[in-house]
Design a protein around this ligand. Structure first.
Ligand SMILES: [Zn+2]
Length: 159
């Protein structure tokens, strides 16, 4: 179940996604939260640099490996505006992070991008649990879908 605290962190992810868009980058944002609710780190997409692996979930996985114990990682939650791609889900699984809560699913995003006529990405879209089966995953959260969809439409110049 997604509670009020989860929603607050997800709204922050959507804000970070909007910041990425304002900076000319793809609209994705993520927040890493400790077991006690402390926000440890946050990031948004940095793929406009030309490095298309610079996803926020990947950055947070590597940050957690550098700064947290295995127990702290397992107890932490990653919130994200869009479900992890397979690369980020794998990184999340490899570093042993805990729960994931996402606002919108990869399936939703694929549908929106298809509507916008955006070519398919070079990496297949898979649900997180097909890549990292041990990770507890929650999402999507319907009340955030319109806002995230609007960010993607703006990024692709459609509104
Ligand atoms: Zn990713």
């Amino acid at each position: 179940m997604v509670n009020e605290a989860d929603l607050r962190h997800l709204r922050r992810c959507v804000e970070l996604a909007a910041q990425a868009l304002d900076a000319g980058d793809e609209p994705f944002g993520s927040v890493l939260v400790a077991a006690d609710g402390t926000v440890l780190a946050e990031d948004h997409n940095h793929v406009a640099s030309g490095d298309r692996t610079r996803h926020p979930e990947f950055e947070l996985a590597r940050w957690s490996a550098a700064h947290l114990t295995p127990a702290e990682r397992a107890a932490a939650t990653v919130y994200t505006s869009g479900e992890h791609c397979p690369m980020c889900a794998a990184a999340h699984g490899w570093v042993g992070l805990g729960r994931i809560v996402y606002a919108t699913s990869s399936e939703q995003l694929a549908g929106w991008l298809a509507e916008l006529g955006v070519p398919a990405p070079p990496v297949r879209t898979l649900p997180i649990q097909q890549v990292a089966p041990g990770v507890p995953v929650e999402g999507p959260v319907p009340e955030l879908a319109d806002r995230v969809r609007e960010l993607h439409r703006r990024f692709h110049g459609r509104s």
